[in-house]
Design a protein around this ligand. Structure first.
Ligand code: GLU
Length: 304
């Protein structure tokens, strides 16, 4: 298996030159574009790793899966989806365009920035507590108590996050957000700056695949309905406005982030973590997409 993973990495290395690091968050430009790593964990306990699998990167939008999970645990599905929709969108991840239509429209889904800022606002807690609860959930699910956030990336996001700020205030004026907007944004910027490796990602993917069971605990930490919602939303909305083509060509429920990570989950089977920081025009890891396509084909993982 490791030989296959190394071969897949080598086959996709050439794609890096067609991508670029995210530059709208200046601290992300410090990433090494040549890093490529994979980790796979299956339900039988096998772990396979290749390349720069232990390299740290910021979780970015992949945190949206976990903030949705926490928001659902805290409020239930009905309440959460009163504030955001379930629908894929052809708009880019950081759009605020439809939020200002004369008739009020909910943020399309929780995997784009507007919807994710709403889900973050729905996590119970004041100030730091909201972030700490989310961080604890991620540590618990990834079974890694050392996970923390990157202060430099956090400050860089905060300094350059005016578009997120604009959409958050717009959403408050339209009744989708309650509470202190700066406080909520602070949690959002920090959650995007949480540092993980492909191993942490694979663990999270496996946890979702395993219907919310941790490897050491028998009892699910939340109900199975939440796992099916998360998996469905990852499959339909997880790869920005490329989610349809990704579903058709890869067929693995996934979520990407502009730090270059991709989290994959295959129900009842496995979790996948991939890292390669050069991005395509949609904000997805360009080589990560190639790797996922090859993995899906070679290991017959397409769920559709
Ligand atoms: N922190 C990033 C932002 O809000 C996350 C974007 C992403 O990974 O899609 O712009």
């Amino acid at each position: 298996m490791e030989n296959l993973l190394n071969k897949i990495i080598d086959n996709n290395r050439h794609l890096i030159k067609n991508g670029a690091l995210a530059d709208y968050i200046p601290a992300l430009l410090q990433a090494n574009p040549n890093h490529m790593g994979i980790c796979i964990m299956d339900i039988d306990g096998n772990v396979y790793k290749a390349g720069d699998y232990s390299e740290k990167f910021t979780i970015q939008s992949i945190s949206k899966v976990m903030s949705l999970m926490q928001a659902l645990i805290d409020n239930g599905e009905d309440y959460v989806f009163k504030k955001i929709d379930y629908e894929p969108t052809e708009e880019p991840f950081n759009t605020l365009f439809k939020l200002d239509f004369p008739h009020t429209i909910k943020p399309s889904n929780p995997m784009i920035n507007s919807g994710a800022i709403v889900t973050t606002s729905l996590i119970k807690g004041e100030g730091e507590e909201r972030f700490n609860r989310l961080l604890e959930l991620i540590r618990r699910v990834a079974e890694n108590p050392n996970i923390s956030y990157n202060e430099e990336v956090y400050l860089s996001e905060k300094e350059t996050g005016d578009k997120n700020r604009a959409m958050a205030y717009l959403m408050k004026s339209r009744g989708f957000i309650e509470g202190d907007v700066e406080d909520i944004l602070d949690t959002y910027f920090k959650q995007c700056s949480i540092e993980v490796t492909t191993v942490d990602m694979a663990k999270i993917g496996l946890f979702i695949a395993n219907r919310y069971r941790l490897s050491k605990e028998d009892k699910p930490i939340c109900n199975a309905k939440i796992a099916s919602i998360l998996t469905a939303i990852m499959a339909t909305c997880g790869m920005y406005n490329f989610s349809g083509e990704y579903a058709a060509t890869v067929g693995i429920p996934s979520k990407s982030g502009v730090g270059g990570g991709i989290l994959g989950t295959i129900p009842y089977k496995m979790g996948i973590g991939i890292f390669s920081p050069a991005l395509d025009q949609y904000g997805n890891s360009i080589a990560g997409y190639g790797i996922m396509k090859d993995l899906s084909k070679e290991l017959n993982l397409n769920i559709f």
